[in-house]
Design a protein. Structure first.
Lengths: 230, 355
């Protein structure tokens, strides 16, 4: 069980594909202009990551070392094709607004990175869970960045959620404030870079705070022991 | 403890950052005076708004970063950033434009990167680009010079327009820009760009009311006044000639060649030199000591690059003027320029890695 806890920690925080490994930045920066788009791409990536991790783990005994990378790429491409066809069938408008970035999931280094670094060396169960943790970590960062940019640039949240979740989700749309002139920069690519920088800085700040706290706690423990002994 | 400068071959001007920045502000005065003559007193109101915003955000940042707010404010760098940004934006832009731009310049472009002396980008120009990209309508609403405008705004009307986006009589800036014939008057650079796209020739375009002998009405004098301010800076040795020289060479030499080659569709060097933000950019913006290159050779290349980019973007780009974009792009290449222009150390064969 401890292994799974560790995987969750790694995927969501310590080794987060978007914040720490800085992988898959191209879709991350390109589609996060709104929460809906970000969540759509995040879920698609999550699905591909779990699928490819399971498959790679299943075939790991039979794939020769020399050709493993082409095999991984084929596996990932298969899953991307599946998700692309599914999105084309069921969430067509979202499919259109994400455009080229759905097929580009193939090139997301986070996915092949996990296949190479984890799935090809571990059991199916663990690989599947690793895919889930990493995928959720990636999707969460996408959603946070999407929310930031949508609020600053548009004053709304969950605009167009019905494209992803069905008609009932139209009520999710929140109008936080009304702007006559949207801050276009937040919606445009530079806003994504600046926003991403702020999120990474915030993560580093939290890490530094936690570390300082842990150090303090450790020190007080040693002192307590010393007093008890002497 | 004081480190006095010891005997001879050392030259030292004993000038501090704050003195240099104050001189930059003095040298801006002729340009601002001419600008306020042609484009109304709104310039001064924008400058006031910018300075207030800059000082408030600068002190907040310094306090948040546990720095000494007083000595930080006294170096006058925030003042120069604020004034440069305020001069660059249209005179009647709504108040939140300049407040947002200045706050972004100080907080994100300057202090996030580590404060005074650490910023990669020119704060004023990064703020300007934020505004231009986000609010293209407000940022291109330049009034025609007062000498050819049909409206004459009083101080109160100007202030009212900046605060509420309408004059007390209810005119929007867009309406103020229209001439008696109902045609919106654009800046000379903008006019040239649009009219060339509509297949007019330059000699036809120069017949329009906003053009004068050298370049645009008003704009030519604004640029000449900033050139005068630039000479003051050169004479006081606040800046060296390398950046402005490189910039003007990079802009004017290609402009001259292109003009000789295609006189009806490529504006000549005089028009380029006296339009838009050329002189302000050459002497005041590109010469920011923090974000420019370090060595003299590097500075010349840095200026040359800005000038060339300005000419390219003005001639074929999507925006009528390009000083801000060119400066930011050149800022990005400063580390590379510095790498390859390291001066030769005395006694060594050649500079850099080979030495």
């Amino acid at each position: 069980m401890n292994e799974y806890k560790q995987l969750t920690r790694q995927g969501l925080w310590e080794n987060n594909p978007a914040l720490v490994q800085l992988l898959g930045l191209c879709p991350l920066l390109a589609v996060t202009a709104s929460v809906t788009n970000a969540l759509g791409l995040g879920l698609a990536t999550l699905f591909v990551l779990i699928g490819s991790n399971i498959t790679v783990s299943l075939v790991r005994q039979w794939v020769p070392q020399e050709i493993r990378i082409p095999v991984f790429v084929m596996v990932i491409a298969t899953f991307v094709t599946i998700i692309q066809l599914l999105m084309n069938a069921y969430v067509f408008e979202l499919y259109q607004s994400l455009g080229i970035f759905i097929p580009l999931i193939v090139t997301n280094c986070a996915i092949i990175g996990r296949a190479e670094a984890y799935a090809s060396k571990n059991s199916v169960q663990k690989a599947a869970f690793d895919g889930l943790a990493m995928g959720v970590g990636f999707a969460l960062v996408l959603a946070v960045l999407g929310a930031m940019r949508e609020i600053i640039g548009n004053g709304t949240l969950f605009d167009g959620a019905e494209l992803l979740l069905g008609d009932w989700a139209a009520q999710l749309r929140l109008e936080l404030f009304q702007v006559d002139y949207p801050l276009l920069l937040a919606i445009l690519p530079p806003g994504a870079f600046i926003g991403m920088g702020f999120i990474i800085a915030l993560k580093n700040l939290i890490d530094a705070k936690l570390e300082a706290k842990a150090e303090k706690a450790e020190k007080s423990v040693t002192r307590a022991r010393v007093t008890a002994e002497s | 403890m004081s480190f006095r400068i010891a005997a001879a071959p050392h030259g030292h001007s004993q000038r501090r950052t704050s003195d240099m920045m104050r001189w930059v502000c003095y040298a801006l005065i002729p340009g601002v005076l001419v600008q306020s003559y042609f484009f109304g007193a709104g310039v001064w109101m924008q400058i006031m708004l910018a300075i207030i915003t800059a000082y408030v955000t600068e002190s907040l940042c310094l306090v948040a970063r546990n720095r000494d707010a007083r000595s930080g404010l006294r170096d006058n760098t925030a003042l120069v950033t604020a004034v440069l940004l305020a001069i660059s934006i249209p005179t009647l832009a709504p108040w939140w434009i300049i407040v947002l731009g200045t706050a972004f310049a100080i907080v994100v472009v300057k202090h996030i990167y580590g404060g005074m002396g650490q910023n990669l980008f020119n704060p004023a120009m990064a703020g300007y680009v934020l505004l231009l990209v986000s609010f293209p309508v407000q940022m291109t609403n330049w009034l025609p010079p007062t000498t050819i405008s049909q409206y004459d705004l009083t101080l109160w009307q100007t202030l009212h327009t900046i605060l509420f986006e309408y004059t007390p009589a209810g005119y929007s800036v867009e309406q103020l820009r229209t001439t008696i014939d109902g045609i919106t008057m654009a800046t000379p650079l903008d006019t040239v760009k649009t009219a060339l796209d509509q297949s007019y020739t330059l000699s036809e375009i120069y017949q329009r009311p906003q053009f004068s002998v050298l370049a645009g009405v008003g704009w030519q004098w604004v640029n000449l006044a900033f050139l005068l301010g630039g000479f003051i800076l050169l004479q006081q040795r606040i800046i060296s000639w390398h950046i402005p020289g490189g910039l003007l060479a990079g802009l004017l030499v290609p402009a001259l060649l292109a003009h000789l080659f295609a006189p009806s569709i490529m504006p000549g060097p005089i028009f380029h030199a006296l339009s838009g933000a050329t002189m302000l950019g050459a002497f005041f913006i590109a010469t920011d000591p923090v974000s420019a290159a370090t060595s003299n050779k590097g500075r010349f290349i840095f200026g040359l690059m800005i000038g060339l980019l300005v000419w390219v973007i003005r001639s074929w780009g999507g925006y009528p003027d390009a000083v801000a974009f060119a400066v930011l792009l050149a800022n990005l290449s400063v580390p590379l320029i510095d790498q390859y222009t390291r001066p030769k150390v005395y006694g060594h064969q050649s500079g850099g890695q080979n030495g």
